[in-house]
Ligand binder design. Structure first.
Ligand SMILES: NC(=O)c1ccc[n+]([C@@H]2O[C@H](COP(=O)([O-])OP(=O)(O)OC[C@H]3O[C@@H](n4cnc5c(N)ncnc54)[C@H](O)[C@@H]3O)[C@@H](O)[C@H]2O)c1
Length: 422
């Protein structure tokens, strides 16, 4: 195969700064970026200018996926807009790399898997965490039976997400499915991956907007002077410890500067997309702290905690097995093993490769290309995407309805699509 001709749908942070950059630099010998689709033409043009590429811009992704000179499509639109572009691309027999989550419902995930099957095309699930050096080491220890039979896993995420997530579309369930899908699908996938053949059955979840509400404002507003609506326009810009204004000249140079250029006034005026809505006053319906608990069909249990108001950025995965305890720490770049019946602590210090998300984005892109060129199987499939979304969706339902939710309420677990060979 000569260079793979790629089109990107969604010229935003991921579309331009991650996949766009990688495909036009590190992987430029393998990939040619031929088209970009975004409802916001100005943003797409600014993104392409940043990449230094003269690809064609389409406002309607249907026009892009219909092009004969597009072999594969990368989907980086907001989460609620993954299902339709994927299905449209498969109808045109294109291969697809879709960023997480696969869709925002279990049903939507199955629809995408079925479309891929009909097209006999590659559905590459963009779970970059599977390519994280720490988690790859942890998984290889699991495969070597270091921990014995796994009976529990804890995933803990600390991320000061308020300032980025809660300030834009991600803060609304209708766009993200809720943070247990938007963010948690990463972690539920890692838990499922470590669990091996076990499948999730029941979920309970708790969470709320504990801090990022009007009462949590980190300053006292003056009478008659309301904060917001954006950081840029806010009367308390200098006072607010969470202020992250989006205007270009106040942003640093380099990558962050380029992102703000894509969201400058000209682009924002077209679609009203602001990335700096006040995180305390927004109409958000997603939580800023929560915990989801899962029971698997072999009796194993798991939990995933999300802390989005914090000074720490880290993900940790704790594995309990019949032969020992394991811990992967993405911030410390370390895996620890504590064998049972021993005081020993075996430490694996991990050297991370360079690149986005600790080099994971680069590895994921490389694998996608190899899947297309050499017919390799992807390390994460649409089926993995569906199971993780189903847990996230069950969490959101459990949280909203204050009850335990069975996975089969949100995913047809008997579907033959979930048994397809990857
Ligand atoms: N894997 C990861 O680590 C990771 C990290 C961040 C985001 N993501 C995922 O990447 C995706 C994009 O997130 P982002 O932060 O880059 O978002 P973004 O808001 O920066 O970009 C989204 C782009 O999609 C465009 N868009 C909206 N509707 C469209 C449509 N109908 N057709 C074409 N384009 C349309 C928007 O105009 C915008 O330019 C999300 O699904 C998110 O969950 C993944």
């Amino acid at each position: 195969m000569s260079r793979i001709r790629v089109g990107i749908i969604g010229a935003g942070g991921r579309g331009i700064m991650s996949f766009g950059q990688l495909m036009t630099t590190e992987f430029a010998d393998d990939v040619e970026l031929v088209a970009m689709a975004d409802t916001n033409r100005e943003r797409a043009k600014a993104g392409l200018k940043f990449l230094g590429v003269s690809a064609e811009v389409h406002e309607d992704y249907h026009d892009m996926v219909a092009r004969k000179d597009v072999d594969a499509v990368v989907v980086t639109t907001p989460d609620y807009l993954h299902e339709e572009p994927c299905v449209a691309a498969f109808k045109q027999k294109k291969h697809v790399l879709v960023d997480k989550p696969l869709a925002i419902t279990g049903k939507g995930c199955l629809r995408v898997i079925e479309a891929a099957k009909r097209a006999n095309a590659l559905l590459y699930m963009g779970f970059n965490l599977r390519h994280d050096a720490v988690l790859k080491e942890l998984k290889s220890l699991v495969v070597q039976n270091t921990f014995g039979k796994i009976y529990s896993i804890q995933a803990i995420e600390h991320y000061d997400g308020g300032r980025t997530y809660m300030a834009r579309w991600n803060r609304l369930k209708k766009y993200s499915g809720g943070l247990f899908i938007h963010k948690g699908s990463h972690d539920f996938d890692i838990i499922n991956w470590m669990m091996g053949e076990a499948r999730p059955e029941r979920v309970s979840c708790f969470g709320n907007v504990f801090t990022l509400n009007p009462k949590g404002l980190p300053f006292k507003p003056r009478p008659g002077v309301k904060p917001g609506p954006t950081c840029t326009a806010c009367a308390y810009l200098k006072k607010c410890k969470d202020a992250l204004p989006a205007i270009p000249q106040r942003r640093p140079a380099g990558a962050a500067g380029a992102v703000s250029m894509m969201y400058d006034e000209k682009a924002s005026n077209l679609d009203g997309y602001h990335r700096d809505l006040c995180i305390y006053l927004s109409d958000k319906d997603t939580h800023d702290q929560g915990i989801g608990i899962v029971e698997y069909d072999n009796g194993a249990t798991a939990s995933h905690s999300e802390y989005f108001v914090t000074s720490l950025t880290n993900r940790r995965y704790l594995i309990e097995g019949t032969l020992g305890h394991g811990e992967g720490d993405l911030h410390a770049n370390r895996v620890e093993v504590r064998p049972r019946w021993s005081q020993e602590i075996i430490t694996h210090d991990i050297k991370r490769p360079v690149g986005g998300h600790g080099g994971a984005d680069n590895h994921m892109c490389a694998e996608f290309i190899q899947c297309l060129k050499r017919g390799l199987r992807p390390s994460a499939s649409g089926i993995d995407g569906a199971w993780s979304v189903a847990i996230g969706q069950a969490c959101e339902l459990s949280r909203a309805e204050k009850r335990m939710v069975r996975i089969n309420e949100v995913l047809d677990v008997k579907s033959s699509l979930l048994k397809l060979k990857r």
